[in-house]
Design a protein around this ligand. Structure first.
Ligand code: DC
Length: 240
């Protein structure tokens, strides 16, 4: 899809939410790249706080201790181009993705109100200038309620299992299908069932079931939805 020159386009913010394993990150990253926008992976920031707790010897089941460690104001930023998470300037991307202690504790850490308040402030620093694609669970509802475009991504559980298995197999990891299924179901429950900022579709979000879409056609579909918003004088071919 060919857009007008970037300067003629209206800059907007785009919120992408949805369950784990629906392909949100890949889509959000590709969309940001195509539009020349900043991409913010908010889940990486929750993982970063979890890693910060672990390297400081904080018990990641102790809400009070986790809330207290935030007093030292850990800085979370993203490295340009690679988008790797930087914790106090250090690249921690491999830790936040591969450390099983981070992976198994992050849902609990993300349920703590103090952690969410701390990250909300960091996440909202990015949005005033527009031109942001942010991906997570509460972006359309809490972090960017004023986003001009909100997408809620879904996919069938079978498709999500299939995608997760092939992603892990590409990384040389062998895992039982049943384990992946249980893990996804547990994460869904934790994300949608917590008291603070649970995963919800914003009332003005567009629901997009990606089950039968390739990565390329997902991007094409979202660009088609975004186009009339960012290119104000563009109108659909059948409206003459
Ligand atoms: O998207 P992810 O798997 O990297 O997210 C890691 C965890 O953080 C997961 O348990 C969901 C949670 N999360 C959240 O609660 N709110 C967000 N905006 C993003 C992620």
């Amino acid at each position: 899809m060919v857009f007008k020159k970037i300067l003629e386009l209206r800059k907007i913010n785009i919120a992408i939410d949805g369950y784990s394993g629906c392909g949100k990150s890949t889509l959000a990253k590709a969309l940001a790249e195509k539009l020349g926008y900043i991409f913010i992976d908010s889940g990486a920031m929750f993982r970063g706080i979890t890693h910060f707790c672990l390297i400081n010897g904080v018990d990641v089941t102790d809400k009070k201790a986790i809330a207290e460690v935030l007093d030292s104001k850990p800085e979370l930023t993203f490295k340009p181009v690679s988008n790797h998470l930087l914790l106090n300037g250090q690249d921690v991307e491999s830790h936040i993705r591969n450390d099983q202690k981070v992976v198994s504790s992050v849902s609990f850490v993300a349920s703590i109100p103090e952690v969410r308040t701390y990250l909300k402030e960091l996440q909202q620093r990015h949005i005033s200038g527009k031109g942001v694609v942010m991906e997570g669970r509460d972006i359309g509802t809490v972090i960017m309620p004023g986003a001009e475009l909100k997408i809620f991504i879904t996919a069938t559980i079978e498709e999500r299992i299939h995608r997760r298995l092939s992603q892990l197999s590409d990384q040389g990891v062998t895992i039982l299908e049943e384990e992946v299924r249980n893990n996804l179901i547990e994460r869904d429950k934790a994300d949608a069932g917590r008291d603070v900022a649970p995963l919800r579709k914003a009332s003005d979000a567009i629901c997009f079931d990606t089950s039968n879409f390739s990565k390329e056609t997902q991007l094409e579909a979202i660009l088609a939805i975004a186009r009339p918003i960012i290119e104000p004088d563009y109108y659909l071919p059948f409206i003459q």
